[in-house]
Design a protein around this ligand. Structure first.
Ligand code: ADP
Length: 592
């Protein structure tokens, strides 16, 4: 219990009112599928009509067969009954097919919209929504949109129309009995309304538990080795069981609330039926009324019972679905924090010089990660960022990529403020190689080709050669077609890194951002990676977070960053001579 409370300290936001959510769902989806919905309504109207007709015809069934004993009419009626049921069957089929298709289109549309929105997001967004939350939202909540719309449409189209048709039959056959039967409506509505409120709260809690299951599973798949070596199985199992129980418990609660509408409706229904039978029995026996009307009325009442029950339960079911819809809209409406300015200019890059002018940035208020930092990064050369951990080096790379915009100051690329450049345009000039190599599920060839659309096989092989990866790739059973597994699970750390470098080489961007790996690699790998990096950096503006002395010494310029500010800049020799903070760092780290 304690563990999950820390991870999800707050409840989900209360979201919008149900009515607003429904309005929005309808306004965004109904028109788009209007013609198909119209077709579905035709089918549903047919179903409703046939249902009412089947009740209506019962009068003739009873009166013609049992009272008048007319054989030829009996044959006619039986044929008519057959026809009614066939039409109803076909219409139900049509309705299910059409609504099913619309529903699936709505799920697909919302999943695409959500993903498109998520792709536009930056670091702030991915910190707010952890991956398991996003996975659950995209897989479950788009379905909620379908469920809510389908529920609404079938309730209005089929159930309400059937109910109206059947009520007409009832009223025509016997107005007084109808009056008795309708007495049950007001108490039923009151009873159901009371159950609705609780559903909403429980549905939200159920969603949270679902996210927990995905999170626990994800971490287990990623960290299974750590789980095994540190014997964390019991802890993980407890976590998972708690989350699973959460979902089970909440689902049971929703189920029991939804089920509670049944005894309510059954009891009230029983009262109505008993009264109707009493009254009509008395009418037929004492007042000599023909039984046809009674049977027809009773059939209509019995048939009306199911749609009435479904409509009464509609709100409870809607509320549960609307929670998901609200969570989906939250993603679709999530603000984009680094947005393209309205009048973006195309970046005109020649030298590739990067200048930071008095840049300040804070992730958390009053806690600057960068503080009035000014730095000049010359074009086509290597600039190494050095400094204690937490000093702001990664933040600086993030800002160059416009993962965030600075609170104060500006960043210039060949004199152009990067805030005026479109994000896609900017990123097309930048290659990023991070410490934790990211490979995507697919073949090695695909992973290298992600560097540039439409790269030819020859170019891919050349990039792999330049990244000192060709030999090991050739040695794999499937060569370039080897599937790398989830995030390159089948490759060694050094191999993954070289593939990532090949990907950056093939992109051939004029600006290279590198976060050098801190983890120790075997010396052969290390040497190859070093060479691969050198190949990648040739003639490019490179900003590198350097951890190795070899890299630092090769750098044209070293920027020493401490507490978010630049404290020294110059060549290795120059800074050593100066005996300042850098010289101190080098001595600490490399013992020279
Ligand atoms: P470095 O790369 O030099 O180790 P960073 O740029 O990662 O340093 O971090 C600079 C400061 O900003 C640190 O104090 C760190 O705790 C903080 N920080 C980094 N990323 C975030 C984040 N996403 N949210 C809040 N604080 C952060």
């Amino acid at each position: 219990m304690e563990f999950w409370k820390k991870i999800f300290p707050t409840q989900l936001s209360d979201g919008n009112r149900s009515v607003d959510l429904i309005k929005r769902l309808l306004s965004e989806n109904f028109r788009q599928y209007a013609s198909r919905y119209a077709l579905a309504f035709v089918f549903m109207a047919l179903v409703a009509g046939m249902t009412s007709l089947s009740a209506w015809i019962m009068r003739d069934v009873v009166n013609e067969i049992f009272v008048d004993k007319d054989l030829s009419r009996t044959i006619m009626i039986s044929l008519a009954v057959f026809a009614i049921f066939v039409i109803k069957g076909v219409a139900t089929y049509g309705q299910n097919i059409v609504l099913g298709r619309i529903g699936n289109a709505i799920v697909a549309r919302h999943q695409k919209l959500m993903y498109a929105r998520i792709l536009k997001q930056d670091a702030t967004f991915f910190q707010k929504y952890i991956s398991s939350d996003l996975i659950t939202r995209i897989s479950h909540n788009a379905q909620a949109a379908r469920d809510v719309l389908t529920m609404l449409v079938t309730s209005i189209g089929r159930d309400l129309l059937s109910l109206i048709g059947l009520i007409i039959v009832m009223v025509v056959q016997d107005p007084i009995m109808s009056f008795i039967a309708f007495f049950i409506a007001p108490p039923a509505i009151y009873g159901v309304a009371r159950l609705v409120k609780r559903t909403k709260k429980i549905a939200k809690a159920e969603y949270l538990s679902l996210t927990k299951i995905v999170l626990a599973m994800q971490e287990t798949a990623l960290g299974y080795r750590i789980i095994r070596t540190f014997g964390l199985q019991d802890i993980m199992r407890e976590r998972m069981e708690e989350a699973v129980h959460g979902v089970e418990h909440k689902a049971n609660k929703i189920n029991s609330i939804s089920a509670r509408t049944s005894p309510l409706m059954e009891t009230l229904g029983g009262v109505a039926f008993a009264l109707v039978i009493l009254y009509s029995g008395w009418q037929t026996i004492e007042a000599g009324k023909s039984p046809g009307e009674f049977i027809s009325f009773l059939t209509a009442l019995l048939l009306a019972y199911e749609p009435a029950k479904r409509i009464s339960r509609l709100q409870v079911r809607l509320e549960a679905g609307l929670v998901g819809v609200g969570l989906m809209f939250e993603i679709l409406d999530s603000p984009l924090s680094v947005t393209n300015s309205d009048n973006t200019k195309m970046l005109d890059l020649k030298e590739g010089e990067i200048i930071l002018e008095n840049v300040s940035f804070e992730y958390i208020k009053e806690n600057p990660a960068l503080n009035d930092l000014s730095l000049s990064i010359p074009g086509g050369k290597i600039t190494a960022l050095v400094g204690p951990s937490g000093s702001g080096k990664s933040t600086l790379l993030n800002l160059i990529q416009r993962e965030y915009d600075p609170g104060q100051g500006r960043l210039l690329l060949d004199g152009q403020d990067i805030r005026q450049v479109g994000l896609e345009d900017l990123n097309s000039y930048i290659s990023l190689v991070t410490q934790d190599t990211v490979l995507f599920t697919g073949s090695i060839k695909d992973n290298i080709a992600y560097g540039r659309h439409g790269a030819s096989d020859d170019e891919i092989i050349q990039a792999a050669k330049d990244a000192y990866a060709h030999d090991f790739i050739e040695g794999l059973p499937d060569g370039y077609d080897t599937i790398v597994g989830e995030n390159g699970a089948s490759l060694s750390g050094g191999q993954k890194q070289r593939i990532a470098i090949a990907r950056a080489i093939i992109k051939n961007a004029p600006i290279i951002l590198l976060d050098e790996a801190t983890s120790a690699l075997d010396s052969e790998s290390e040497a190859k990676i070093q060479k691969a990096f050198e190949r990648l950096m040739e003639g490019k503006t490179t900003v590198i977070i350097a951890h190795r002395l070899a890299t630092i010494q090769h750098a044209h310029s070293i920027a020493v960053i401490k507490d978010g500010t630049l404290i020294e800049q110059g060549s290795h020799e120059h800074l050593i001579e100066k005996s300042g903070f850098y010289a101190h760092l080098v001595q600490l780290q490399f013992g020279s």
